[in-house]
Design a protein. Structure first.
Length: 343
């Protein structure tokens, strides 16, 4: 498969995949893929080595199908210029290094809010895409997937990172509390397409516009899923008053575009439940990256993610049983990181 613009480009991309050009390895954040910036013929490209691509048994590889889906819907994503499945290689458009996280650093919140409104516009556009049973519309944040993420947290953050000695009874109690939350969030009648990691490290600023990256795990879920990923992002702490303004903006746009038929009270309820699940899931990922993969740069996000989850749990009785167990095991208190107020 090739997305080359013309025959000369096709030849250039082929040479890049064979090692031509000056190559610099990029950090790649939490990804298992390896990225290089390649300068060839005075142009920059991204060379991605994705071992899952070469091992994928089918023809519809999620990164390729989702990129095509988003691109055809007008969602800005990096162009795929060429690929070689046998070697697990892709040549991608180079969007530079200006992650949203970097772009808004040290900016006043009055400047950040308009930028985040543009992110929300992008999100509403993504969630408005409808499928016909193809990938990623065959995947969902159903009860099984949500429980996989909760169990991942128990194993990697509570047991491996905090080294909590969970008795069988305590583990069963926490699992049952998580099961109750997962059951509440499994509402397929409200599901829309979600990016799955819609946060400040997966949105790039390029030539004055916003682009999405790392979208290969897209799937159906509640519309709140991607919104809480953005507004409750441990990488970028949005103050509570600003998050409320942006949530209101999303709700009005989502209702206008038919993304949600929920009333405001119902929307806010599922927003809080989804935020709790997402923050616990994020803490699970950070625990795994720290304790198992030895990527210690993620350690500093574990406690803030859990403290934020605790703050949400204090206002939603359905979340309190699981939070009380987590707090008892870790010794953490609920805290709103945006306001710095402990509870």
């Amino acid at each position: 498969m090739s997305y080359a613009i013309n025959e000369n480009d096709d030849e250039l991309y082929g040479r890049i995949m064979k090692g031509a050009g000056e190559k610099t390895r990029l950090a790649g954040d939490a990804s298992t893929r390896i990225y290089y910036r390649v300068n060839a013929e005075n142009k920059n490209f991204i060379l991605c080595h994705d071992h899952l691509f070469s091992e994928y048994p089918g023809t519809e590889y999620p990164f390729l199908t989702t990129q095509r889906l988003l691109d055809e819907a007008g969602i800005p994503v990096p162009a795929i210029l060429a690929c070689d499945k046998t070697k697990g290689l892709l040549v991608l458009q180079d969007l530079g290094d200006d992650l949203l996280e970097y772009h808004i650093r040290d900016k006043n919140i009055s400047t950040v809010i308009p930028i985040y409104r543009l992110c929300i516009d992008l999100l509403v556009g993504l969630q408005g895409i409808r499928g016909n049973g193809e990938t990623p519309f065959t995947l969902a944040f159903d009860r099984a997937k949500l429980m996989y993420e909760f169990n991942f947290f128990i194993e990697n953050t509570l047991e491996c990172y905090f080294r909590c000695g969970l008795s069988p009874e305590m583990k069963a109690g926490l699992t049952a509390a998580f099961e109750d939350i997962a059951a509440l969030l499994d509402r397929p009648e409200h599901f829309v397409l979600n990016h799955r990691d819609f946060h400040a490290r997966n949105i790039m600023v390029h030539r004055g516009g916003l682009y999405l990256i790392d979208f290969q795990d897209a799937r159906l879920g509640l519309p709140q899923y991607d919104l809480v990923s953005l507004l409750c992002d441990p990488y970028v702490r949005i103050p509570g008053h600003a998050a409320a303004v942006l949530k209101e903006y999303y709700f009005s746009r989502a209702v206008e575009k038919g993304i949600t038929a929920m009333g405001r009270e119902e929307f806010d309820y599922f927003y809080d439940l989804m935020a709790f699940q997402r923050l616990v899931k994020a803490a699970g990922s950070y625990g795994y990256l720290t304790a198992v993969k030895k990527k210690y740069e993620f350690e500093r996000y574990i406690v803030p993610a859990l403290e934020s989850a605790g703050m949400i749990a204090l206002r939603r009785p359905a979340l309190l049983p699981s939070w009380r167990i987590i707090a008892g095991l870790t010794g953490l208190e609920a805290m709103d990181p945006g306001e710095g107020v402990r509870a």
